[in-house]
Design a protein around this ligand. Structure first.
Ligand SMILES: NC(=O)c1ccc[n+]([C@@H]2O[C@H](COP(=O)([O-])OP(=O)(O)OC[C@H]3O[C@@H](n4cnc5c(N)ncnc54)[C@H](OP(=O)(O)O)[C@@H]3O)[C@@H](O)[C@H]2O)c1
Length: 228
């Protein structure tokens, strides 16, 4: 019953809240958007670039990322968008991405942890974790951990984790994080989105964030239902 009430509240919020927009300029700011080559990530990148931020698309497929960077730079006059390789299912790739950021960027103001896989057949990350928990939560958790010093050094800065109303159905299976005992694609997605919220709250506490916002996009854009 509690889960049902929480879901109703979340749905009502997403239906009642009008489409958000801002014309605040972001010149001189740098943002990373994971999974910035598609869906909500791509729209976020376009909006940030349109307001003057330099945007780094962190994509597992750089060909797709470069195409999107080109599209945004054609559409938005003066947009500064670059693509860098990041596979959140692979700890080594996350380390290489973070190292590249430290070598090339003096500041980082926004880390937008947007990428996700959803409701896919059972698969594992390179490090052996269940894929949805591994990419949606563990990968972003590790990436944030590695970039935290640069974010702190660039304050005021912000980490934004994309959650979902689906988190209300989530339960963290501490005794089965590899999903070996029982795997259900929807439950695994819900677990990963609950982990996003718990991580956001804890990070806000530990970094003395004053305003832990937990974005849960309205469930209308369905590109996420791709399963590969
Ligand atoms: N769409 C909705 O209705 C909805 C509702 C609630 C919450 N959300 C949340 O909003 C966020 C964006 O959703 P969306 O619908 O825009 O998703 P989407 O269009 O499917 O995009 C997901 C992105 O994540 C990337 N990705 C997947 N696995 C990756 C990996 N291992 N390493 C790096 N990148 C990876 C994908 O890359 P490829 O293009 O290479 O596959 C793609 O760019 C997600 O966090 C989702 O949970 C979405």
């Amino acid at each position: 019953q509690m889960q049902f009430l929480a879901l109703c509240t979340s749905l009502r919020r997403s239906l009642v809240i009008p489409i958000w927009s801002s014309d605040t300029r972001l010149d001189g700011k740098t943002a990373i958007v994971t999974g910035g080559n598609s869906g909500i990530g791509k729209e976020t990148a376009r909006d940030l670039a349109g307001r003057g931020a330099r945007v780094i698309l962190a994509c597992r497929d750089t060909t797709k990322g470069e195409q999107v960077a080109c599209d945004i730079m054609k559409e938005v006059k003066g947009a500064k968008v670059v693509t860098k390789q990041l596979d959140l299912a692979d700890t080594k790739s996350i380390c290489q991405f973070a190292e590249n950021i430290y070598n090339t960027e003096k500041t980082l103001h926004y880390l937008i942890n947007n990428a996700a896989v959803a409701m896919c057949p059972y698969a594992r990350t390179v490090d052996g974790y269940e894929m949805q928990f591994g990419v949606n939560h563990l990968g972003h958790f590790f990436l944030t951990f590695l970039l935290l010093d640069l974010l702190k050094h660039s304050a005021p800065s912000r980490v934004i984790n994309l959650a979902s109303s689906a988190h209300v159905f989530g339960k963290i299976q501490f005794d089965d994080l590899k999903g070996e005992k029982k795997y259900h694609p929807v439950r695994a997605y819900a677990q990963s989105k609950l982990a996003n919220i718990l991580f956001t709250r804890e990070l806000a506490k530990r970094t003395e964030g004053r305003d832990p916002e937990i974005p849960t996009p309205p469930s209308t854009a369905l590109s996420l239902l791709r399963t590969s």
